[in-house]
Design a protein. Structure first.
Lengths: 133, 280
């Protein structure tokens, strides 16, 4: 397997939640999972940094949580369905967070979706994005 | 004997559940979505299935990363709606059919599909939104439901081919069950959507249309499609569509398409819905 290019790596702006990500993000995702319980949501909201210390995450993962840096969280092994527990705790929607991850305002992102969504044309391969200039 | 008569496929977008629960179905944004399900509601009211086998995926609700079953069959008497971080949906508790569920589990395991048997499981929007779309807001769900959760969150999900053949095994299991039951199978999730990263918002109407066409015309072609085609063409979450192939595999080789609906957008997602009946 080593040295073989992973064809999924060629899809632009997309992170596959594979074995490596799952191992890297295990404690980050399990922190998110803990927010399924109302009592834990209260503890987290009362002192986010202290609550994060109770999970054996990396300092970078904790920092990305505090900053709600969604793309970085994905890059550090976060999975979107687990991260959803975090943004639901914040009272935010999937569309709110999706807009942030694409760098668009929520209004522009919602407009794009109403207009039929992001076309696959020009979005299939990293080559497409490199050629955008 | 039990008889599997039809299959239903539908998206299971959480925002659809929220729109129903918050009384927003007549708002201009949502009205076209719910109008599209009216014929389906009439169809299922006429069909009156005794049992629905509902293929869906759990979204980090019942299953975290602690254990990740590829196929998990709900064999319990009932399944409560999950708290997904904003309180459980106020929908009826889902009543199972333990006798048929256990029969399916035994049958498919001996048929070499080694699924996980689950006796205690909360069910999230992946299961309850399709019920709401098909049955509205009753006091009790009008049929028993056997949840079949498929892992599509941790890569790799089962292949399309595995799902298609698993559907065939479920059909054999249902039709060897010694009670007169009318069974409908739901395949849920999809259609094209991507919820994460800079490419979020991807929608591929052409891919979705071809997928809907081939469910009737050439399901074996769909069963051969590799995971990368789903991710590249239909978005990272579009891979949920493999679950539709379990539904399709449980039907006859030849089916009749009785209804189809497609709409963009519901939040970040293309909503697709199709009803297929066995020709017999």
């Amino acid at each position: 397997m080593k040295g073989e290019p992973n064809p999924f790596d060629d899809i632009p702006g997309t992170t596959l939640f594979d074995a490596q990500r799952s191992r890297q993000g295990y404690h980050l995702n399990m922190f998110c999972m803990s927010l399924m319980k109302a009592a834990n949501r209260e503890l987290f909201k009362a002192d986010e940094a202290a609550y994060l210390q109770t999970f054996p995450m990396t300092a970078e993962q904790r920092d990305a949580v505090l900053k709600r840096d969604w793309n970085r969280l994905i890059g550090l092994g976060g999975n979107i369905y687990f991260l959803a527990k975090l943004f639901s705790t914040d009272g935010k929607s999937f569309q709110h967070v999706a807009a942030i991850m694409t760098g668009a305002t929520q209004e522009d992102y919602a407009r794009m979706m109403l207009d039929g969504g992001r076309s696959p044309e020009g979005n299939r391969s990293k080559k497409d994005w490199d050629n955008r200039g | 004997m039990a008889k599997l008569v039809a299959g239903v496929a539908t998206s299971h977008v959480p925002a659809i559940g929220a729109a129903i629960d918050l009384g927003k179905t007549q708002e201009p944004y949502w009205q076209p979505v719910f109008k599209g399900y009216e014929p389906a509601k009439r169809w299922i009211a006429e069909q009156k299935p005794d049992v629905v086998i509902l293929v869906y995926n759990d979204h980090a609700s019942a299953f975290s990363l602690e254990f990740i079953p590829t196929f998990a069959l709900g064999c319990a008497q009932e399944f409560v709606p999950a708290d997904e971080g904003w309180g459980p949906r106020k929908v009826p508790v889902v009543k199972g059919h333990p006798e048929l569920a256990w029969h399916i589990a035994q049958s498919v395991i001996l048929d070499e599909f080694d699924l996980t048997i689950v006796n205690n499981m909360a069910v999230d929007h992946g299961l309850t939104v399709p019920l709401s779309l098909m049955f509205g807001q009753p006091q009790e769900w009008p049929c028993q439901v056997i949840p079949l959760a498929v892992n599509v969150v941790q890569y790799p999900p089962p292949t399309g081919n595995r799902c298609y053949n698993f559907g065939k095994a479920i059909r054999r299991a249902v039709e060897s069950f010694d009670q007169d039951l009318k069974v409908v199978i739901f395949g849920t999730g999809g259609m094209s959507h991507q919820l994460q990263g800079p490419r979020a918002g991807l929608i591929n109407r052409q891919f979705d249309t071809a997928f809907l066409d081939n469910l009737t015309a050439d399901p074996q072609k769909l069963a051969r499609m590799p995971h990368i085609d789903y991710v590249r063409e239909a978005g990272s979450e579009g891979i949920e569509l493999v679950m539709w192939l379990i539904m399709r595999g449980a039907l006859d080789a030849k089916v009749r398409e009785v209804y189809r609906f497609y709409h963009v957008p519901a939040s970040n997602t293309a909503v697709g819905h199709i009803i297929l009946e066995n020709e017999a």
